[in-house]
Every structure is written in C-alpha cells, then in structure tokens.
Design a protein around this ligand. Structure first.
Ligand SMILES: [Zn+2]
Length: 93
C-alpha cells in the first residue's frame, strides 16, 4: 500500500483528471490556455475527466459543496420508517 496520509485531504484542494471528487459540488475547471475558468457540477466519487483540448492539464477546484437532490433528506429517498409492512393491502388472487 502506498497511500499517502489520508489526512492531507483538503476541501479546497485542486484536483487533476482521474482523481475523484471528495464531495458533490460546484467546481471551477481551470484549463490550460484555451479556455477561461468555468464552473462545473461534479458528484461525489466521480472521477474528474480529462479535457478534450488540454487533456490532463485541466484542474478542478471545489468552489462550494452542494447536495445531490437525490440524497437530500427532504427530497430524496431515505429509509422510510418500516411501519406499515403488515398492512400492505389485501392479497390478490
Ligand atoms: Zn481544457
């Protein structure tokens, strides 16, 4: 195992293509020369892609985190209280 210390995770670090997003949020993609920095949404755990033009020279920087609506506690599916399992209606024959 050659992992560097996991503690060195910095929320505001810069990421290279191939690295994985530490959290869902808006990232600034900074390209090499051909394009101005712009914002992109990246989902936690996804790999940052290479740029079609500048390849692995693009960098991603976490601007601010956002919650994927599907995992939001008020919007997404959470564990429903398993209360009415016994009353799931009548059986069909
Ligand atoms: Zn680029």
């Amino acid at each position: 195992m050659m992992f560097p210390t996991r503690k060195s995770f910095m929320p505001n670090g810069r990421f290279k293509p191939g690295e994985r997003a530490i959290s869902t949020g808006i990232y600034t993609a900074t390209h090499h020369q051909h394009r101005k920095p712009h914002e992109v949404l990246v989902v936690e755990g996804e790999q940052f892609p290479k740029c079609r033009k500048c390849g692995i020279q693009v960098r991603f920087e976490l601007l601010h985190t956002a919650t994927d609506i599907k995992s939001d506690r008020d919007f997404g599916k959470t564990e429903d209280p398993p209360s009415k399992k016994a009353r799931s209606g009548r059986r069909q024959n």
